[in-house]
Design a protein around this ligand. Structure first.
Ligand code: IMP
Length: 472
C-alpha cells in the first residue's frame, strides 16, 4: 500500500513527558481546519500516562487513558486493543473531561472491546510484588505490568468480558489474584491501591465488593465500547478521515529498549500500532512517524541511572561540599529546570530526574523505533550565558562506545560532552516562523538533524498552545 495521506504518528523518543500531548492536540486542530474528520488512535499503555494539554483559555489539563483529541467535539478518540483500561479511573476521567469542556462537549469516545482490563487486582499485585523486588518500585503503581501479563499468562480479561458481564470470569480472576497474592504473603482484600489521580489509596475490598463495583462501571462504560476493527478498516481506506496515532510513554521505556526496572509493559514503538489495529495499519504506511525529543535536556522518573543524569545516584549520601564544582552545578541546575519547567510526573506528581541530552541513546531509540521525523519540544528551556551541554558519545577506557539497553553497561560508560551556544529565551518564545528563530537555535536544529540523520519538522517554543512552529 502507498503511504496513507493525512496520517501522523507521534511517540516520545527518550523517557516520556517530552510534550507529545501538545503536538497531538495541534495536529487534530490542523486536520479539522483542513475539513477532515479526525481519529486520534492510542494503542498502548493505560492510566500510567499523563498527556498535558493547554486549552484555548489557558487552562492546563492532563489526560491519562483518554487520547489527546478529547477536547474537539468533532473528533473521534479511540482507545485501542493494545491498551490496558481501568474502568473506574476511565469513567472518572471522562466525567472530568466533560466538565472541563462544559457546553462545548467532548469528542466521540470509542473503546475497543478487545483491549485488556487493568483492575484493582493488578494494582494490588504490583504493590505486593514491589515488597518482594526492590526494583519494582519504579512503576506508577497503576498495575500496568500485571494487566499485560494476564495476556502472556493466557488468561486475559478483556473489555468485552466486562461489558457482557461475564461474572464467572471476573470472580475467577479475583480468586486467582487472591491466591497468588496470599502465596506472596498479602491479603488482596486489604491491599490499598491508587484511585484515579489521588495519592490516597483505598483497599481493593472483598470479592463481592469488587464484582459489584465492576458491574456498575460496566453499565456506565457500555455506550463507549464496540468492535473497533470494522470501523477502523473502513476509515483507514477513506480519504475523508485523518489519523493521529498518539503513543504513550516513550521508546526508552520499552521493555526491549529501555533500562530495567524502569520499563513499561506495552510496546512503546510505532510497531505497537500494527498489532493493536490487528494488522489494519502498517506503521510503515504512515508517512510521518514523529519522535519527540525535549530539546536541551531529558527528564525521567524512576530509579534507573542514565549516564547523563545531573543528580548522580552515587553522590546521594555525600555531603554537598565534597562534590566537584561540576557536580554541585549540575544538582543546582536540575533543581532550577524542575522548578522552571514543571518537571513533576503528570500521573504521579513525582519529581522527575533531569539529564543532559544524550545522543547515543537518542540515535539508538530513533532507529529501533522507526522514527522518520523529529519534533523538538521545550526549545525555550535555555538560560542566559549557559551553553547547552550535549553528550555526543559514550567512552569506555577512552574508546568510543554505544548505548545498550543494559544498566550494567551504562554504568561503565563515561559521557563525552560538547557545548553548544545558547540562545535567548525571550526571542525564541516570540518566534512565529522559522525565520524568526535565533541563529543559535537554527544551528541546534541542524546539529540534531546531523547527529540523528533524521529531519526536524516541528519545534515548540513555549508552553502555550500557539507556541509551536512547523519547519516544513
Ligand atoms: P509502569 O508503566 O507504571 O509499569 O511504570 C514503568 C516505568 O515507566 C516507570 O519508571 C514509570 O515511571 C515509567 N512511566 C510509565 N508511564 C510513563 C509516562 O507516561 N511518562 C513517563 N514515565 C512513565
Amino acid at each position: 500500500m502507498p503511504e496513507r495521506e493525512n496520517s501522523v504518528a507521534i511517540c516520545g523518543i527518550n523517557y516520556g513527558d517530552e510534550g507529545k500531548g501538545k503536538l497531538a492536540d495541534r495536529l487534530v486542530e490542523d486536520f479539522l481546519i483542513k475539513g477532515l474528520k479526525v481519529i486520534v488512535y492510542r494503542d498502548n499503555g493505560g492510566a500510567n500516562a499523563g498527556h498535558t494539554i493547554e486549552l484555548a483559555d489557558g487552562r492546563r489539563v492532563a489526560t491519562h487513558q483518554i487520547p489527546s483529541g478529547i477536547f474537539y467535539p468533532e473528533a473521534i478518540v479511540v482507545l485501542g486493543k493494545g491498551m490496558v483500561i481501568h474502568p473506574g479511573d476511565l469513567m472518572t476521567e471522562i466525567e472530568e473531561m466533560t466538565e472541563v469542556n462544559g457546553k462545548k462537549g467532548i469528542a466521540e469516545i470509542m473503546i475497543d472491546e478487545m483491549a485488556l482490563l487493568s483492575l484493582d487486582t493488578h494494582r494490588a499485585m504490583e504493590s505486593i510484588e514491589n515488597s518482594w523486588f526492590d526494583g519494582g518500585k519504579g512503576s506508577t503503581g497503576r498495575g500496568i505490568t500485571p494487566a499485560y501479563s494476564d495476556e502472556t499468562h493466557r488468561h486475559p480479561l478483556r473489555v468485552r468480558d466486562l461489558i457482557r458481564f461475564d461474572e464467572n470470569k471476573i470472580r475467577e480472576h479475583y480468586r486467582y489474584y487472591q491466591a497468588e497474592i496470599s502465596g506472596l504473603g498479602g491479603n488482596l482484600e486489604k491491599i490499598p491501591v491508587f484511585k484515579y489521580k489521588s495519592e490516597e489509596k483505598i483497599p481493593v475490598g472483598t470479592e463481592d465488593e469488587f464484582v459489584e463495583r465492576l458491574r456498575q462501571q460496566a453499565e456506565r462504560m457500555r455506550i463507549y465500547v464496540s468492535d473497533v476493527n470494522p470501523f477502523l478498516r473502513s476509515a483507514w481506506s477513506d480519504g475523508n478521515y485523518a489519523f493521529v496515532f498518539e503513543k504513550a510513554q516513550a521508546i526508552g521505556l520499552d521493555k526491549c529498549w529501555g533500562v530495567y526496572p524502569d520499563v513499561t509493559a506495552s510496546n512503546t514503538t510505532f510497531s505497537g500500532i500494527f498489532s493493536s489495529t490487528e494488522g489494519i495499519v502498517d506503521p510503515n504506511d504512515i508517512p510521518s512517524r514523529r519522535g519527540v525529543i525535549k530539546s536541551t535536556y531529558m527528564s525521567s522518573v524512576g530509579i534507573r541511572e542514565l549516564p547523563t543524569m545531573l543528580e548522580k545516584a552515587r553522590n546521594k549520601n555525600k555531603p554537598f561540599n565534597e562534590l566537584t564544582a561540576q557536580e554541585q552545578f549540575d544538582i543546582r541546575l536540575a533543581e532550577t529546570i524542575r522548578k522552571d519547567f514543571k518537571e513533576y510526573g503528570a500521573s504521579t506528581g513525582r519529581p522527575r530526574g533531569i539529564a543532559y541530552l544524550d545522543m547515543p541513546s537518542t540515535r539508538f531509540f530513533s532507529k529501533v523505533g522507526n522514527v522518520n521525523e523529529i519534533a523538538l519540544t521545550h526549545m525555550d528551556a535555555v538560560y542566559p550565558g549557559l551553553p547547552i551541554r550535549v553528550c555526543v558519545d559514550y567512552l569506555i577506557d577512552g574508546k568510543s562506545d554505544y548505548y545498550r539497553p543494559d544498566q550494567e553497561h551504562l554504568l561503565k560508560v563515561e559521557p563525552k560532552y560538547i557545548e553548544l551556544p545558547t540562545w535567548s529565551r525571550e526571542q525564541i518564545q516570540q518566534a512565529r516562523t522559522s525565520d524568526d528563530l535565533p541563529r543559535e537555535a537554527k544551528n541546534f536544529i541542524e546539529f540534531i538533524k546531523r547527529e540523528t540523520g533524521i529531519p526536524v519538522t516541528i519545534i515548540t517554543n513555549g508552553p502555550k498552545r500557539n507556541q509551536s512552529i512547523n519547519l516544513i
